[in-house]
Write a protein that binds this ligand. Structure first.
Ligand code: HDL
Ligand code: ZN
Length: 422
């Protein structure tokens, strides 16, 4: 019996060793839309939330003749019943988002062969959210998650003001989409209303200083793992507009001073179909020369980056080879499908070795941690096993403990070290 320090003898033992290591590894999930219990209704969980996940809302319109207006007039329970009927009963739930619901219910020990929506509702009505958090974190083998926290969201502010964000497994990320993408429309008045002496075009040094004060206040309050923003495919840097000024004079100096990395999520086209609401966003290839300029111009800043277009992924790996201040992470949103996770993970390992964060869940509903991590672990384990096998084929020896070390780095260690690095 191999105690972990002897070289792995053959392909079968290797496959088992990698699969066991990946499934045994507790994960730090670095990007989610989950919330700890004190945020109340912002924490989504249960079968009706699972079924009305915006990915499934987009899919149900393709399989029913309901109008947008009719759908949005329905209650959440009615929406869930329509989605269940159309996408699970009248059609096999083959899409990744549908399959995820099946995996989740099955992993929670429910009888998916019965296809009885009321049974599933009864299960969730019989459990408390605190107990369910423990159940989900245990089934998904997740140790901690990073939330997405919007300092401009009036639903979140009272919880942050209370100083009690509850469960220590939930960490903050300071999300700055409103500040960066909606400064004139939203952030300007919001900041003025809070007593920050900012101007409408963020042009004065005084305004820059005030925005830094705003960021510093939220960093003190949230203790965020990173600051983050999602950006459109036409994101340009350098930029002589508001984005350039808030990057250069506000976010990047504060990011360095407080050692809080800046996460860029690039390639989202918001409201391609506004009638789908949250489900209406799209994706497009970005010009990554802007990312290169940002990384080159700020070597002392740390950036986490994930991209939404499949066409950008190989180029991102090449950029990762050029800039050590870039940590590539996850298979974001429309990338989070088995065929693409496999492709992206393979090219990342080939170009970047083990210096990546291969996945995050982007979970919006607590239960989703179960399927998003089960599905991703399997794919990542298969690709890893293939890569270790090429080493064995070349005469290299690898041990179970080395595999566990590497997997630990991929699923949390790299993130923690990147955060600590100065
Ligand atoms: O901007 C983001 O963080 C995206 O992940 C959006 O929230 C998107 O709606 C989503 O949930 N993707 O999985
Ligand atoms: Zn997200």
């Amino acid at each position: 019996m191999n105690n972990g320090t002897q070289p792995i003898a053959n392909a079968a033992e290797l496959k088992t060793a990698v699969t066991e290591a990946v499934h045994a590894q507790r994960v730090t999930d670095i990007h989610t839309h989950l919330f700890s219990p004190p945020f109340g209704e912002l924490l989504l969980w249960g079968i009706d939330e699972l079924l009305t996940y915006h990915y499934l809302i987009a899919e149900v319109f393709r399989k029913s003749d309901i109008s947008y207006q009719q759908f949005w007039a329905m209650t959440k329970a009615e929406q869930a019943e329509l989605i269940w009927q159309r996408l699970f009963i009248e059609n096999s739930p083959l899409s990744e988002a549908c399959r995820g619901v099946v995996t989740t219910l099955n992993e929670l020990g429910l009888d998916v062969s019965a296809r009885n929506l009321q049974d599933y509702r009864d299960y969730f009505s019989d459990t408390s959210v605190e107990a369910f958090i423990d159940t989900v974190f245990e089934r998904a083998n997740v140790s901690q998650v990073v939330m997405t926290n919007d300092p401009f969201d009036l639903a979140e502010s009272p919880v942050w003001a209370s100083g009690n964000t509850g469960d220590s497994r939930f960490h903050a990320a300071l999300r700055l989409d409103v500040l960066i993408n909606n400064y004139p429309e939203t952030a300007y008045e919001h900041l003025r209303g809070l007593g920050y002496d900012v101007d409408a075009t963020l042009s004065s040094e005084k305004a820059h200083k005030e925005v830094r004060r705003f960021l510093e206040a939220w960093i003190q309050r949230m203790q965020p793992k990173y600051m983050a923003v999602s950006l459109p495919p036409d994101f340009r840097y350098p930029d002589d507009g508001i984005l350039g000024r808030v990057f250069d004079n506000c976010i990047l100096p504060v990011s360095r001073e407080f050692n809080v990395p800046f996460a860029l999520m690039i390639g989202v086209k918001r409201a391609v179909n506004p009638q789908l609401q949250l489900a209406g966003d799209g994706s497009a290839k970005a010009d990554l020369s802007s990312l290169e300029a940002l990384l080159r111009g700020h070597p002392d800043n740390k950036f986490l980056v994930t991209l939404l277009s499949r066409e950008n992924q190989h180029e991102l790996c090449v950029i990762g080879r050029k800039f050590k201040n870039l940590m590539i992470f996850g298979c974001w949103w429309f990338m989070n499908n088995p065929s693409i996770i496999e492709e992206i993970t393979r090219e990342r390992l080939e170009l970047l070795g083990l210096s990546i964060i291969p996945q995050h869940s982007d979970a919006r509903i607590l239960d989703q941690l179960v399927y998003k991590w089960k599905h991703s672990r399997q794919i990542i384990a298969d690709v890893l096993a293939e890569k270790y096998q090429t080493l064995l084929d070349a005469g290299w020896c690898v041990t179970r403990s080395e595999i566990a070390r590497d997997v630990g780095n991929l699923f949390g260690g790299n993130f923690e070290r990147f955060l600590q690095a100065n």
